[in-house]
Design a binder for this molecule. Structure first.
Ligand code: CU
Length: 203
């Protein structure tokens, strides 16, 4: 009985520790729009909190990128540093995956239905952007964007984004896009007060 009580107490302590720290407390969402100047589509911009207090565990299960119709899907994949990405080939033809960026990798070439994993283990200064290419199909291109924290979203065609469950705090909100740039903007998130931020990307 005493032993049982001890372990129960340990669990309570563990829960309290897990819930203390700078990110304690409810937050809200950050939403808005990104306009990509000179482009018909405002999709595939990554809007992200540049730096949040604390460190963040990667996903327990791999994020996925499919190769279908000679395209990488999704075209842009933001992840927290440490996340493993599983590359699947859903085409009848063989595909390759390599990236010339940062530490560089070539995962090889593999057939329909097979996967290869790559873990994005380091990122000295977010965003760490890795273009994904295929040696067999030069037209194939995608991006993995490695970030410090999970408070990010990708815009849809209309340019809309929403980052949910952002802890209370004041942050610098930044945008990454393959073809456009904008200065980060300060944003304050408070309980029950969703923040709205709009960006216009220039060249
Ligand atoms: Cu290919």
């Amino acid at each position: 009985m005493a032993r049982h009580s001890l372990s129960f107490g340990s669990i309570i302590v563990a829960l309290l520790v897990a819930h203390s720290g700078p990110l304690d407390g409810a937050g809200s969402s950050i939403s808005g729009t990104v306009k990509v100047t000179g482009s018909a589509s405002n999709a595939d911009a990554v809007v992200y909190v540049q730096q949040a207090p604390d460190t963040f565990a990667p996903l327990a299960t791999p994020a996925e990128v499919d190769q279908l119709g000679k395209q990488f899907i999704p075209h842009v994949l933001p992840i927290v540093v440490g996340t493993t990405v599983r590359f699947l080939n859903s085409d009848p033809t063989r595909h390759n995956v390599f990236s010339p960026d940062h530490e560089k990798y070539n995962l090889g070439t593999w057939p329909h239905g097979k996967t290869r994993d790559h873990t994005f283990g380091t990122c000295a200064k977010a965003p760490c952007v890795y273009v994904q290419l295929c040696l067999i199909h030069p037209e194939m291109e995608a991006y993995v964007v490695v970030l410090q924290n999970p408070f990010f979203a990708v815009t849809n065609t209309a340019g809309r984004f929403e980052i949910t469950n952002v802890p209370r705090g004041t942050y610098s909100l930044a945008v990454w896009h393959a073809k456009g740039k904008a200065q980060p903007k300060p944003v304050t998130v408070d309980t029950g007060k969703p923040a709205v931020v709009d960006f216009v990307l220039g060249r």
